[in-house]
Structures are given as C-alpha cells and as structure tokens.
Unconditional design. Structure first.
Length: 160
C-alpha cells in the first residue's frame, strides 16, 4: 500500500480489542511492519498514545470523530492520496464527506467541500478485485455502475 500520504482506519481493522485499551501490547494484526507506510489514523472511542512502527507507519488514535481524522490526514498527506479502510464504516465516511457540502461521483468517488477528491472503497470491493478471475471482473463491472459502493451488489456480482 505504497504511494499514499495517510490512512484512516476503523478500530476493528487495527485489532480485536474492545473497550478501553488494557495495555500497550497490541500493535495491530500485522506485527512490527504493517502494510501502512505512512501516518495512519485509527478511529476509536478510547484515546491511546501514538505507536511508531517499522516502514514509516505511525498509528494515531483519534477519539474526537471522523472530521478530526480527515483534517489530520489531509495535513499529513499533503498532495498525496488518503486511503480510508473500513466496511460498515464506509457509509459514515461517505456521509461525512458528501453530507457535509460535498458531492458524489461515480465508482465510489466523492469530493469534499474543499474540493479534495476521495474514493471511499470498502474492503469487500478490494478483496473481490484482488481474487482475480471472473468474480473480480463482475465486481469491477458492478462498481462501474455505482456512485457510492454497494457492498451487497459487489458480493452478489462475485457469486453470480
């Protein structure tokens, strides 16, 4: 996942820990060298000190909302793209951007009120495309007909 200036993740992508952080031992699913090689902002209800990892990743735990995470990611990314990872949270990201004086476009793309373009891509879509073959081609074709990505339609296209 090189080439991105920042990442925004939901807490469930970072790890299985629920509630308050019991300690600082959990550092993500991937070990010492995560696939995110840039500042990564993890949305959570529970504050935690940042974690610096190998590969240039620093995890920042954001407990004051998506708008704060978006602002910090924009500041960090500069002119580079920001990747937002999530499943159920995809609707929240889309609504936070489009519903806040932004505009929707095709294939999961939208534009925020400052004119910055985002592609809100649920993991179900990237997983479907990564598997290759006919299922991936059908998922891609389904995506091309969408504005906001519809996970149920992507999954149905893969199964068809």
């Amino acid at each position: 996942m090189d080439g991105f200036g920042a990442f925004i993740l939901g807490r469930n992508i970072f790890g299985p820990v629920r509630g308050e952080w019991p300690d600082d031992q959990w550092k993500g699913w991937w070990g010492d060298n995560p696939p995110y090689h840039a500042s990564t902002f993890v949305l959570t209800h529970y504050p935690r000190a940042p974690i610096e990892m190998l590969g240039g990743a620093t995890f920042h735990f954001i407990s004051d909302g998506i708008e704060s995470a978006l602002q910090k990611a924009r500041e960090t990314a500069g002119a580079q793209d920001i990747k937002i990872g999530g499943g159920v949270e995809t609707d929240r990201y889309w609504n936070a951007i489009v519903g806040n004086d932004g505009s929707a476009s095709a294939c999961g793309w939208c534009k925020d009120r400052w004119g910055l373009s985002w592609q809100i891509t649920p993991r179900a879509l990237t997983d479907a495309l990564a598997q290759g073959g006919d299922g991936a081609r059908r998922a891609f074709a389904a995506m091309m007909e969408m504005g906001k990505i519809d996970i149920a339609r992507i999954e149905a296209a893969v199964r068809a």
